[in-house]
Design a protein around this ligand. Structure first.
Ligand code: 5GP
Length: 184
């Protein structure tokens, strides 16, 4: 049976990963997205079961106890995790894209060494801050927390397999698709 691979895409919050991932999936119908579970509340326009599974802290901790996550992390005061069964099911029909941060990426690489790790950089820190503020749903305290975290995340890029810059979502999506083709 031919199995797809896990393609991990990381990058600071606000770097535009969501748009890049959407473009990749528009261009390649055989790619699927691993829908994470999280305890953070949905943003406007986010749909349960599409962008995330929005679940309670209690439910999340139950899933941890049952070993139902391929990986999970607790950051920005919330839990985020990759449901194991879903990723395995989706890998039966092609490559699976994971939008996860560096702690999760490291755990995936340890569990599945054949996973491909891609880190997306913003064109500049100024642009990243501008994009974060542009979302309008984030408090000043959260913006500062996310910027501090962004700096730490960017330092982690050295151990990723590939680093790309999101100067243009379409171009960046093409670059990652080329990486996936090259790896297979
Ligand atoms: P946001 O709250 O902006 O949607 O996501 C915040 C961060 O959580 C992003 O860096 C995103 O990649 C990461 N993230 C989303 N889902 C998961 C997951 O399932 N596991 C881990 N480790 N990180 C995740």
């Amino acid at each position: 049976m031919s199995r797809g691979r896990l393609i991990v895409i990381s990058g600071a919050s606000g770097v535009g990963k969501g748009t890049v991932l959407a473009r990749m999936m528009e261009k390649r119908k055989d790619l699927s997205f691993s829908v994470s579970a999280t305890t953070r509340p949905p943003r406007p326009n986010e749909v349960d079961g599409v962008h995330y599974y929005f679940i309670s802290r209690e439910r999340f901790e139950q899933m941890i106890a049952r070993g139902e996550f391929l990986e999970y992390d607790n950051h920005a005061a919330n839990y985020y995790g990759t449901p194991r069964a879903q990723a395995e099911e989706k890998m039966k029909s092609g490559h699976v894209l994971l939008d996860i941060e560096p702690n999760g990426a490291k755990a995936v690489k340890e569990a599945a060494p054949e996973a491909v790790l891609v880190f997306i950089m913003p064109p500049s820190m100024e642009e990243l801050e501008r994009r974060l503020r542009g979302r309008g749903d984030t408090s000043e305290e959260q913006i500062q927390m996310r910027m501090t975290r962004a700096i730490w995340e960017m330092e982690q890029r050295s151990w990723y397999d590939y680093v790309v810059v999101n100067d243009d979502a379409d171009r960046c999506a093409e670059e990652i698709l080329n990486i996936i083709d090259k790896e297979n």
